[in-house]
Design a protein around this ligand. Sequence first.
Ligand code: SF4
Length: 358
Amino acid sequence: MNLKPFYAKGWIISKAWVISDPRILYRILRGAFRAVVLRKNTLRTIDILPTFDCQAKCKMCGVTKFKRRKENLLTLADYESIAEQAAKMGAVAATLLGGEPLLAKNIEDVIRIFKSRHFSVALVSNGIALTRDYARRLRSAGLDWIHFSLESLDEKFNDERRGFPGQSQKVMEAIRMSKDEGLPVGLCTLFVPGEMDRCVELIEYCEKNDLRASLPTIVAVGAAEDIVPASEEHYQQVLGLLKRYRHTAIDWAFSYFFRPRCPAGKEKLAITCYGDVLGCSLNHISFGNVKQEPLRKIWERAGRFSQFRKNTDRCIAAFDRYHIENYLSPIAHLDESPVYFKDHPNITVETEPALFSE
Ligand code: SF4
């Protein structure tokens, strides 16, 4: 595989930010050294899910079954601790997902906390709650990037899929307001098998309008639990788009190993607003809780999971049939996510002895 486009992509996205902060440069060089020379993983990025509240009802929402309680939410002190621990482990990026992160009342404080530990902070929003004043406050809190979820330039199609009349218009207004306030903007759209034209149209819109494009593939979890997983042909289509469009990216397209690699549980963790730690927000298996154990201990445990030890060059949740059939499907129809690894029907002392070895 020609890897050159992927190196370029990682560099294009991060160049200015890396150069501007020596501490980030040090963490990145350390991560690359550990990967290339020592063949070891280093935590690179964490996804924070600060709330599961949302105004929309997306037909493909990946977190629709996540527990929603009002108690035991992470406090700002918990976020301070997570940021501190993750920075010491080498992490350089934090992405705020949801739910809708703009509905989290403490979101500006959370941004400030990660920014003060020299993270690049991005946020993925449906755009509905954004106002000019809110965009200004996010920028002054230190937000580096804002991405808006949009599924189509066809308003009717988009709003139906996202389950919110007018969401398309809200995103267009949100793009304008964010740019006016100096926030770099991207669009996030799902790659759905059979919908190449829609993806290409959105990506080309991004190219023409100086927007970054993010293209995760739909996964059979949450509201999309019954979809047929993507095939090898679809994987090749995604690869083609990543190579063809310079500002289109996805998390598995680059790694500290200088090649495409699914980062789940190795270079990436996701942490819910209750403290549950997952390999990523689409792998609904929890490996511990940051309120009870150090982040490093949970990361090391996740790293022993057979599926995360694979060096897969693509999204395992979207394209790895073995992983989907044995680890995602058996829990996809349960009422509540995430499932603690010891409660997963296919994760036992016999099948995963390394996970139970503490
Ligand atoms: S499973 Fe997919 S979404 Fe999750 S980290 Fe890997 S590439 Fe990213």
